[in-house]
Design a protein around this ligand. Structure first.
Ligand code: IPE
Ligand code: IPE
Ligand code: MG
Length: 261
């Protein structure tokens, strides 16, 4: 479905966040996290992998709370990638069930805390019940003005860029010989949010795994060996502290950033 570009443009969120340089020491406005290491956490304890996923949901709750307390505006969590369908069927079914149960259980609390919930990803492979639960959770929280919590489920960065490109071509056929960045961005799944400032990956791997490919172009990366179920407040604070020390330049020199003009 082609969205109304006029409506989207009128919200003015689509130019790249890299145009305005944040000051060193500022909190990130948007944190994106690959929550990795649930399976290894469980294996270390001779438990089935799903025990790690269960524990991981509790950590999600804690991290959401910490972001809300710090008044961080956007938190985006990678819950299930488009490649995770390659996992054993039982693990996929468990993850879908866990997702459904967590949505049902948490949405009222999210709403009470003024948190807006948004799901990004291809919903076409989800059960009708799960799609219904996602839609009702989004609707319930859509006017909330605190933290925007985005869950990426059946999400892939390449899928996102392709679906946005297809929508853009349909919406702007007259520009087909020369599209610009700002033509595409209203159609990306995260069109409602500024690009992530801080990207965190737990679990020791140093890769993006097809997460927000377009939007992470200028994010600050933070990798930790801590497995997601162990990612507690101290780990979260360390990630934030690391981000706050970074000097973001977006192509400029350090001198330009420290004494602009
Ligand atoms: C991340 O943990 C959760 C999902 C991908 C759903 P993993 O399940 O990838 O855990 P490891 O990497 O096997 O330890
Ligand atoms: C990335 O984790 C996806 C999520 C955390 C949902 P994976 O554990 O699936 O990543 P790879 O396949 O090891 O790169
Ligand atoms: Mg993994």
């Amino acid at each position: 479905m082609v969205k109304s570009t006029n409506l989207l443009f009128s919200k003015g969120l689509f130019s790249s966040s890299t145009k305005k340089i944040p000051t060193v020491g500022e909190l990130p406005n948007h944190i994106a996290i690959i929550m990795d290491g649930n399976g290894r956490w469980a294996r270390k304890r001779f438990l089935p992998r799903i025990a790690g996923h269960k524990r991981g949901v509790e950590v999600v709750r804690d991290v959401v709370k910490q972001c809300a307390q710090l008044d961080i505006k956007y938190l985006t969590l990678f819950a299930f990638s488009s490649e995770n369908w390659r996992r054993p069927t039982e693990e996929i079914s468990f993850l879908m069930g866990l997702f459904m149960a967590a949505l049902k259980r948490e949405v009222v609390k999210l709403n009470e805390n003024n948190i807006r919930l948004v799901l990004i990803g291809d919903r076409s492979r989800f059960s009708p019940e799960l799609v219904q639960q996602i839609e009702s959770s989004e609707q319930l929280t859509e006017n909330n003005t605190g933290l925007t919590l985005t869950i990426a489920a059946n999400y892939g960065g390449r899928w996102d860029i392709l679906q946005a490109t297809n929508q853009m071509i349909q919406a702007l056929p007259e520009k087909a010989d020369g599209f610009e960045e700002d033509d595409l961005t209203p159609f990306l799944s995260m069109h409602y949010a500024p690009e992530p400032d801080c990207f965190v990956r737990t679990g020791g791997e140093k890769r993006i795994s097809n997460f927000l490919l377009w939007q992470l172009a200028y994010a600050e990366f933070y990798f930790t060996d801590t497995l997601w179920p162990d990612f507690d407040q101290t780990c979260f604070d360390k990630a934030i502290a690391s981000y706050k020390q970074r000097e973001r330049r977006f192509g400029r020199t350090s001198e330009q950033v420290t004494s602009p003009g």
